[in-house]
Design a protein around this ligand. Structure first.
Ligand SMILES: Nc1ncnc2c1ncn2[C@@H]1O[C@H](COP(=O)(O)OP(=O)(O)OP(=O)(O)O)[C@@H](O)[C@H]1O
Ligand SMILES: [Mg+2]
Length: 469
């Protein structure tokens, strides 16, 4: 039986570039990916082809010999609104890129482009196109799903955590949430509470690091009138306020040893005495604690009681740092863009792939909180409604950090975290090209011969790496 036409449809791509080597490269690359490819060497030629053929996708340079890539983009969109157009340019300013995206370009990639990134972008774009509600989906290109109404991210590591949340929510087991600062521990505690039968009862957050040592005991346990100077009347402690509900003990690693002893009794027996009180108060509470410290190390160092540790840590939820789930960056960005655009009454609605790419190269020691702050600032300062790499308010320090990774020296003795094979390869390639040119007094064909590559390939590489002859 024959498949329907739709299933066997091979996407037809039009490459528009005035530079022969670029057309050849893109053509070859796209053919290898299994697409049907046509090429146009000028804007007018492209428009001529567009009028005759219905292309699925256009890869279009911005600077062409005659008219501009933006003219081609508009013509293509006029012909068929569904044609996906990806702009590529070495010269584009932020304004052109924004203009292109506002005129319906799917994305804008600066040259030299990363081959894998381009393949990925094209595959994604075509994927979206084949799904029927193309327009809708394009608008929600980075559609985010909220888990439990508050948590963003579909990476396998987060999916695993959502599974755990569901499993533990209906129990009263004590839970310890661990993870670096800003990874979303509090959000997870809230999600557990929301999924539990206690959701309508109090959810009391106790920041163990934030309450002064002298106050914490009376805050937690409450006090009786006359217990100390200033105790003019009885006061309920947070544990009692949380009765029938959930207590979230944040930064549990900050608790002093003395208070750990007191807490142990509450955790074990759900019973305690108010400061200055004599009778036992019993409560029905579910305890979720969180820490960014390694409590096991603290136990070994004698800073955290082992018995308390095991009581609190019946089930541990380990929240991975953002750098281990970079796949979530895109959805998180879109989420924070929406959030801050709304709050600030601005319309910064999209973020370009290259801005995402730049963020992917960063390690985010401050995790999601750092990403959120970055986007808040970027939205506040953005004068366009699309965030481009240059509109990200990355500090000089961070940009250097990213650049540092790009320029890391070739060294096989260590494969550090965050190493970029592509940039290392480029570095080596560039060194060989320069050397060969030097040895041949800048003669491209002889240099190419020396390196065992074709003249065309040599020229393309020189262009790509911006090497002057
Ligand atoms: N997956 C997520 N989706 C959406 N927002 C998130 C996510 N994770 C964290 N955030 C946001 O990032 C910020 C930091 O999260 P949260 O306070 O839960 O981190 P934390 O792990 O408790 O950090 P710390 O250890 O510093 O207290 C919050 O504004 C939170 O809303
Ligand atoms: Mg927290």
């Amino acid at each position: 039986m024959q498949n329907s036409n739709e299933n066997t449809h091979i996407p037809h791509i039009l490459v528009v570039d005035d530079e022969l080597s670029m057309r050849e490269l893109l053509e070859l690359m796209m053919e290898r990916e299994g697409y049907k490819v046509s090429c146009a060497e000028s804007g007018n030629k492209a428009i001529e082809l567009i009028e005759k053929t219905d292309f699925d996708l256009l890869l279009c340079d911005i600077r062409l010999g005659d008219i501009t890539g933006l003219d081609v983009l508009r013509a293509a969109k006029k012909q068929n609104q569904d044609t996906v157009v990806i702009m590529i340019s070495a010269y584009a300013t932020a304004e052109t890129a924004v203009e292109a995206m506002n005129d319906g370009a799917y994305d804008y990639l600066p040259k030299p482009f990363d081959k894998d990134e381009l393949k990925h972008t094209i595959a994604n774009a075509l994927d979206l196109k084949t799904t029927k509600q193309e327009k809708k989906i394009l608008d929600n290109k980075f559609k985010k799903t909220l888990h439990f109404g508050i948590i963003i991210g579909n990476s396998p590591k987060m999916m695993h955590i959502y599974g755990m949340i569901e499993q533990v929510a209906k129990t009263t087991t004590n839970i310890l949430i661990t993870g670096e600062s800003g990874t979303g521990k509090e959000l997870i505690a809230k999600a557990i509470n929301e999924q539990s039968d206690r959701r309508d009862k109090p959810f009391v957050v106790i920041n163990c690091g934030g309450i002064p040592e002298t106050l914490i005991e009376s805050e937690l346990l409450g006090y009786k009138k006359g217990a100390f100077t200033g105790a003019t009347q009885d006061k309920k402690g947070l544990f009692e306020i949380a009765d029938k509900g959930t207590v979230f003990l944040d930064e549990i690693g900050e608790l002093s040893i003395q208070l750990q002893v007191k807490l142990l009794r509450v955790v074990q027996d759900k019973v305690f005495k108010a400061v200055g009180g004599s009778e036992d108060i019993s409560v029905d509470i579910r305890i979720i604690s969180a820490t960014n410290k390694n409590l096991e190390d603290e136990v070994i160092a004698g800073k955290f009681r082992e018995d308390l540790f095991y009581r609190l840590n019946v089930i541990e939820i380990k929240v991975p740092p953002l750098r281990e789930r970079k796949g979530d960056i895109r959805a998180l960005c879109q989420h924070f863009l929406d959030k801050y655009s709304r709050e600030m009454g601005k319309e910064v609605t999209r973020i370009s792939s290259y801005a995402i790419d730049l963020l992917n190269k960063y390690d985010f020691p401050g995790n999601i909180r750092e990403l959120e702050n970055l986007l808040e600032r970027s939205v506040a300062l953005s004068s366009t409604n699309i965030l481009l790499p240059e509109s990200l308010t990355l500090s000089i320090h961070k940009r250097r950090w990213i650049e540092g990774i790009r320029n890391r020296r070739f060294d096989l003795n260590e494969v550090p975290h965050g190493v970029f094979l592509d940039s290392i390869m480029e570095e080596i390639e560039s060194a060989y090209l320069k050397k060969a040119l030097e040895c041949t007094d800048g003669n491209i064909s002889r240099a190419a011969e020396q390196l065992g590559i074709s003249f065309r390939s040599m020229r393309y590489r020189l262009n790509k790496l911006k090497i002057e002859k």
